[in-house]
Design a protein around this ligand. Structure first.
Ligand SMILES: *Cc1c(COP(=O)(O)O)cnc(C)c1O
Length: 404
């Protein structure tokens, strides 16, 4: 598709012409994306296009984003600290609030040390780039978050993926290069499927193969396991078996940013060498303060986790009764596999007309032909909300897969 620049004699492809062609291809494949503007938010209700919708696609699992204490922390801190940190951590942007948050997360997780980064996306880039060198081996589950895959590219490491959850596959990939330094990286809870990684066995495997195990627990932290400590704790593991893991602040904790917890030497290396830590402004101190408050609430108010678990159980029970097909997930992420992009969009649209906001997830976020509705449950949902969603879901899915 060598569309030429008008008035140019060069044979160079014009970027804008190429973009237009690609956009057309996305339209044909029902893969265009757009943001939906939220103009009101009240717990699980969001205002979009002048209508109030019950939100079933937020990762604010515990309902902490609008918690009055969290908001007050942010405001109080901002009143005397200001908003922006003013610089990166290593220059002059590292505030007391950052250290206090790192210590609180490390203590919660039972790790010796923690490091705050701007987002989970950046943290994953930082881990892989901080720990691996050109030609090292990075073994990953095929369904890992995009940021982990991108991290391997940034590091210049050799990325080898294994079929989702398959220990044999992970072992084969590690053994393919027994002499290479290796990082074995996995999501704790998979973000689009909602299932757990086989962490116990992966830990055994990493140990046997001399690889470092890294768990990205963006969706487990705050929600799963004893004290809501996440999927590593849920598997009965800790800092010895999983020397490094990622806790994000934008999901169950309702804030933004991410904290790595790990063995001292790993955190030390990342903090001194990882570009996504060094070359970026520190998160605003008021946000760190708010996140620490959110963590305190998440731990203290364990009823939020138990309520969420009850809503998950109710959703699954009801779905089975109504014949709504579920995936094998016991987490707040409850995807409904639809298949085609068009069918997922139609079902999502029908739900919106019925007053529910549920995202349609399409490639490349999920593999081709595996488009889905991604329902996420929340501690703020009531039994009535869940029942009403199920009713709407079973209607929305009727005849949805038939070719238009
Ligand atoms: C959301 C998510 C991230 C990215 O975290 P952000 O803080 O939103 O950048 C990383 N990994 C997984 C598994 C996620 O679900």
């Amino acid at each position: 598709m060598a569309a030429r620049r008008p008035g140019s004699s060069s044979g160079r492809p014009a970027i804008t012409a190429r973009l237009a062609a690609e956009r057309q291809e996305r339209e044909a494949a029902r893969l265009t994306r757009r943001t939906r503007e939220i103009h009101a938010r009240d717990g699980i209700d969001i205002g979009i296009d002048g209508r109030s919708l019950r939100n079933f696609c937020s990762n604010d699992y515990l309902g902490l984003a609008q918690h009055p204490e969290v908001i007050a922390s942010l405001q109080e801190c901002a009143a005397w600290r200001g908003v922006g940190a003013g610089a990166s951590h290593l220059v002059c942007g590292h505030f007391r609030e950052h250290r206090e948050l790192e210590e609180a997360i490390a203590q919660w997780q039972g790790y010796p040390r923690a490091l705050l980064l701007g987002s989970g996306y950046l943290a994953n880039l930082a881990v892989v780039q901080g720990l691996l060198r050109e030609g090292d081996l990075c073994v990953q589950d095929k369904l890992n978050h995009a940021s982990l895959l991108d991290g391997a590219r940034l590091a210049g490491a050799e990325l080898k993926r294994y079929p989702h959850g398959l220990l044999d596959g992970a072992l084969r990939q590690l053994r393919s290069r027994p002499d290479a330094a290796a990082l074995l990286a996995t999501d704790g809870v998979f973000s689009m499927d909602g299932d757990f990684a086989p962490l116990k066995m992966l830990a055994v495997l990493a140990r046997a193969e001399g690889a470092t195990l890294y768990v990205d627990d963006a969706h487990g932290a705050g929600v799963i396991g004893p004290d809501g400590a996440g999927s590593v704790a849920h598997a009965g593991l800790g800092a010895r078996e999983v020397p490094l893991q990622l806790i994000t602040l934008g999901k169950a904790l309702g804030c933004a940013g991410a904290v790595l917890v790990g063995q001292d030497a790993l955190i030390q290396a990342i903090s001194e060498t990882a570009r996504p830590y060094i070359y970026t402004t520190a998160v605003p101190p008021p946000l760190a303060s708010a996140a620490r408050t959110a963590l305190g609430i998440a731990r203290r108010e364990s009823w939020r986790r138990f309520k969420l678990a009850a809503m998950i159980a109710r959703f699954r029970r009801g779905a089975q009764q109504l014949g709504v097909p579920l995936m094998d997930s016991s987490t707040p992420i409850q995807p409904i596999l639809v298949g085609s992009n068009a069918a997922a969009l139609t079902a999502s649209q029908r739900l919106e007309e019925a007053g529910f906001f549920v995202g349609a997830i399409r490639p490349p976020t999920v593999p081709d032909g595996r488009a889905r509705l991604r329902v996420t449950l929340n501690a703020m949902h009531s039994e009535t909300d869940v029942d009403a969603l199920l009713e709407a879901l079973s209607k929305a899915l009727r005849n949805v897969a038939e070719p238009a």
